[in-house]
Design a protein around this ligand. Structure first.
Ligand SMILES: *Cc1c(COP(=O)(O)O)cnc(C)c1O
Length: 361
């Protein structure tokens, strides 16, 4: 039995899907399940949602192949397309839809002799400046992609925001304008596929960006893409472990590696079996809260590989075997992100396989 557990509430994920369906009823929905579904278990989440969303989004061909191997039937989009050393046959064998962001990818597609086999997503760089065609080359590259024998019409169009979490930034509206300018400048006979620019931040904060498809990553799991939790979302994950020791500790004594914490009072310390070996970051500072028996108590000393120590207070009634919650409904991961300066995205995705995923309904 595993002691550090990632408990995933399926009902919360379904409720979040429902929330987005109601918010944007006419919009096609992609569930982004890359990076082990942000720590929630890619296979389990995809199986839950296979008949409830329109697309899955992943970042690697290997992730997509795993989804097909566990029986996922929905369309799967490779958000970064295929890579230079990927086997192009996987696109055909597993029915995968690549994002096309670079000229070299079109060269590779041109080597496929079979007609109309591949549904593609053309990525335009509207201001993120990471992947995607520059505006001045986009129309000619789009036409080159459209004339590829292997490509099925219509081609879908995709872009990505750099600053959708900054509500007062003008960048998002600039990017929307660039996106529209591109759409309006391509041959109207070639339009008609999906158009997508919004991820979680765009969905929640920029209604003009929804177009006909939205890509929901972190918000699907009930976690905010902004600094603060979003009340309408239900966090799906509870990261938890147990107390394995409750011990007396004298005023003036230190705790843990490097003796970084000294107690100012006689107290009781709790030792919980979770550490950076499970993905709970070593850089988490002292005083970060955990929840035990309905109250918040502070971490003292450094996070070890397999354990943390918490100050339970001198009159505590906690005992070995009691549950310790690192984050969940009662202690939002956004709050831990604020405490630590580590984004909620990273806290979720850095969990290791030693913390076992357990689904509940
Ligand atoms: C990861 C990713 C998303 C999901 O982003 P969230 O902010 O988690 O919703 C959407 N689109 C692309 C291209 C991505 O890489």
């Amino acid at each position: 039995m595993s002691i550090a557990v990632v408990e995933v509430n399926r009902k919360s994920i379904l409720a979040n899907i429902e929330f987005f369906r109601e918010k944007s009823p006419d919009v096609t929905l992609m569930a982004v399940v890359k990076a082990n579904a942000y720590g929630h278990g890619m296979e389990g989440v995809a199986q839950l949602l296979d008949d409830k969303v329109d697309y899955f989004g992943v970042a690697r061909v290997s992730e997509a192949v795993t989804l097909r191997q566990v029986g996922i039937r929905s369309p799967i989009v490779l958000l970064e397309g295929f890579f230079p050393h990927d086997d192009i046959n996987d696109l055909l064998d597993f029915n995968l839809q690549p994002v096309i962001h670079s000229s070299w990818q079109i060269d590779v597609l041109n080597t496929i002799p079979f007609p109309n086999e591949i549904v593609a997503w053309f990525k335009i760089d509207t201001g993120m400046h990471r992947l995607g065609f520059h505006f001045d080359e986009a129309i000619s590259e789009f036409n080159r992609l459209a004339s590829c024998k292997a490509i099925r019409q219509p081609i879908n169009i995709i872009s990505h925001f750099s600053s959708a979490d900054e509500l007062s930034s003008s960048q998002t509206n600039k990017q929307i304008a660039q996106f529209d300018k591109f759409i309006n400048s391509i041959d109207s006979n070639l339009i008609g596929g999906q158009q997508s620019i919004a991820a979680s931040g765009g969905i929640l904060a920029w209604p003009d960006s929804h177009r006909n498809m939205v890509r929901i990553g972190i918000a699907l799991y009930g976690v905010s893409p902004f600094n603060d939790a979003v009340a309408d979302l239900q966090p799906a994950m509870t990261l938890k472990s147990e107390l394995i020791s409750v011990r007396k500790h004298k005023k003036g004594e230190t705790v843990g590696y490097g003796q970084t914490w000294t107690s100012h009072h006689d107290t009781m310390l709790g030792v919980a079996a979770i550490g950076y070996g499970d993905g709970y970051p070593r850089s988490i500072p002292e005083n970060t809260p955990v929840s035990i028996n309905g109250r918040l108590v502070p971490i003292v000393g450094r996070v070890s590989m397999d354990m943390i120590v918490v100050d339970l207070g001198h009159d505590c009634h906690d005992k070995p075997g009691d549950e310790v919650i690192l984050w969940g409904k009662e202690l939002p991961v956004e709050q831990i992100a604020k405490h630590t300066g580590i984004s909620a995205y990273e806290l979720l995705t850095r969990l290791t396989s030693r913390a076992k995923i357990r689904y509940k309904d």
